[in-house]
Structure formats: structure tokens, C-alpha cells
Ligand binder design. Structure first.
Ligand code: SF4
Length: 323
């Protein structure tokens, strides 16, 4: 039987904006097995980063449940938070500029693991080795490293407590292509060695295709498509996913033939209620029904689900979807 590292059921996150409520994430459900990578993609404002913060306990959920290896948590709790860790796009946000790398890495070991000084020093040396940094990196400060090296330190800090799930929020987006590849290789190696499950949050479908097993596409806080990463890339079913794929650069311009054009316009205000499909205002094939009736998620050929009246499926799933 497969072991679920992470299970989200009907997760929602809301914020107050003056007297109005902004629903950043609406009823998201997903499953992730150990040693697997699930990508969450979408434009800025799609809710993917808020979902990352919700599942790691950095923002409170307004509804739904998060379970890591079967253990549920709704509010941030220290002993559960150590099982699911977040790596940010900017590694500086998790590293104290005035602390040596040794102190930055030792902090979670002392707080969560209550290791002795000697044991934490041994573990810091192990962590540096695991992420491919030399032992003398321990005595240096974050500003002495390149962007790629700092991201290695941030990954070392995230795996210090031996979590089951790493949530990587645009973790390679700020790096040049060659450094990106090195960090992706490192992540692959850590996954094989430590059995980690990854949630890989990205706006870059090209990167996702190569590293993810499954992809979830979000628009305006809703899941609009799920499926095997390769299928979502080569045969996107939802018009929004098709627009994202269309916007990707291609070496061969003839490969664009038959594709829909890239998206125009901006997503609507998230404080507004939607009667129909959340994508109706920007969808090139929307009809009257789209503006009045929300589409259910249906299972589709090739694996996964899509929420679109124009996609013919074999069965209704439910709001939020479960890859
Ligand atoms: S349900 Fe309608 S508006 Fe929504 S994606 Fe499908 S065709 Fe477009």
C-alpha cells in the first residue's frame, strides 16, 4: 500500500481586507506519496504561495485539514511543523544575516530536537555534506555565499529536523539556469536518500515538467486541473492550463500551431463572489453557462481531473480535486 506523506482535504485560506474577505485558497484537496514530487503551478495571485503557507502552518486555515503521515494539524504546532518545512525563493528570509551558518543550522536542532552541543555540531557537519558545501562553510555568514550556495544552506536548514515533506516555494526561480539545474539535482539526490516528498510551487511549467510526478494547476485560489506532469504539459485539458503552456517559449515555432494564444487581461478581484466558473472572465471559449454554473472537477483521459464545462470527463470528482 502506498504511504501518503501529505493529505490536504478541502483547505481554504481567507484574509480580511478592510470589511471584505479575500478568499486566497478555496477548497483545495490533494494527496502526495513519499518520494514523490507534486508541482503546484499558476500565475502570481493564483493562491499557490498562500497554499504553501497554509499547509506549513505559517498562515491559519479558514477551513479544511492538513495531515502529514496521517497526523492532522490545523494550527501551527511545533512538533508537527517539524515534519513539513518550507523553503522560500529568497534564502535570506530564513537565514539570520548576523548568524554564522553553524548557528543558523544548529537552531532548529536545539529547538526541535533538543540535541546537545556536541550532537548538534556533528549534525551540522552532516547537513553541510548532504547539501554539497565544504565543512568550513559553518564559520561563514550568509552574505559570503552566492545565491545558489545560500539556497543550499536554506535547504540544509529545512532538512535539519528530518522532515517528511519539503514545500519548495519558487525555490529555484531566482537562480540562473545552470545553478537551477545543480539545485534540482541536489533535491533529487536528497529525495532518493531521505525519502522526502516535495511540493514544488512554481510559475514555470518547463521546470515542473522535468521534476514533478504530478501537477496541480491553480487559478484564483481554485484547483482547475490536476494530472501526471507529462500529460498536463503535452495535453493540457483546461483552457487556463492551455494558456499557460502557450505562453512558454518554444524552440520550434511550428509547435505552436493549434495552440490557443496566451492569456489576456487580469484575474478578477478575489473579494468578489463567483457564480460560475472562476476563469469565465478571461476564457476564450466561455459561454452563458460558464457565467452562471461552476464546473465540477471531472476525471479526464490520460489521468487527472479538470474543472471545465467544455471538457468531457468520465466522472465528477469534487470541489478541490485530489490528484
Ligand atoms: S467552464 Fe467555461 S469559462 Fe470555465 S474554463 Fe471551461 S469553457 Fe472556460
Amino acid at each position: 500500500m502506498s504511504e501518503q506523506a501529505l493529505e490536504l482535504d478541502d483547505v481554504s485560506v481567507e484574509f480580511r481586507q478592510g470589511r471584505r474577505r479575500l478568499r486566497a485558497v478555496s477548497g483545495v484537496s490533494l494527496r502526495l506519496e513519499r518520494r514523490r514530487t507534486l508541482a503546484v503551478v499558476g500565475e502570481s495571485g493564483s493562491g499557490k504561495s498562500t497554499l504553501a503557507r497554509g499547509m506549513t502552518g505559517l498562515v491559519p486555515l479558514s477551513g479544511g485539514t492538513v495531515r502529514v503521515l496521517g497526523k492532522e494539524f490545523r494550527r501551527p504546532r511545533r512538533e508537527q511543523r517539524r515534519h513539513i518545512q518550507l523553503v522560500f525563493q529568497d534564502p535570506c528570509s530564513s537565514l539570520d544575516p548576523s548568524a554564522t551558518i553553524r548557528n543558523s543550522l544548529a537552531e532548529p536542532l536545539v529547538v526541535h530536537e533538543r540535541l546537545s552541543k556536541k550532537d548538534s555540531e556533528r549534525r551540522v557537519a552532516e547537513l553541510l555534506r548532504d547539501v554539497g558545501l565544504p565543512a568550513d562553510a559553518a564559520e561563514r555568514y550568509p552574505h559570503e555565499f552566492s545565491g545558489g550556495q545560500r539556497q543550499r544552506v536554506a535547504i540544509a536548514r529545512a532538512i535539519a529536523t528530518k522532515p517528511d515533506v519539503l514545500v519548495l516555494d519558487e525555490a529555484v526561480s531566482a537562480l540562473d539556469v545552470s545553478t537551477q539545474n545543480q539545485i534540482l539535482e541536489l533535491l533529487g539526490q536528497l529525495q532518493r536518500e531521505h525519502g522526502l516528498a516535495y511540493v514544488f510551487i512554481s510559475h514555470n511549467l518547463g521546470v515542473v515538467r522535468w521534476i514533478a510526478d504530478e501537477t496541480v494547476v491553480m487559478y484564483l485560489g481554485h484547483v482547475v486541473e490536476t494530472g501526471p506532469a507529462e500529460r498536463v504539459h503535452v495535453a493540457p485539458a483546461h483552457p487556463y492550463t492551455q494558456a499557460l503552456v502557450s505562453a512558454m517559449p518554444v524552440a520550434d515555432p511550428t509547435a505552436r500551431r493549434g495552440r490557443r494564444g496566451p492569456l489576456t487581461g487580469e484575474p478578477p478581484d478575489q473579494t468578489e463572489a463567483h457564480r460560475g466558473c472562476v476563469f469565465a472572465g478571461r476564457c476564450p471559449i466561455a459561454d452563458e453557462t460558464c457565467h452562471t454554473t461552476p464546473p465540477p472537477l471531472v476525471a479526464i483521459a490520460g489521468g487527472g481531473t479538470a474543472a471545465c464545462h467544455q471538457v468531457t470527463g468520465s466522472a465528477d470528482i469534487h470541489e478541490g480535486g485530489t490528484p
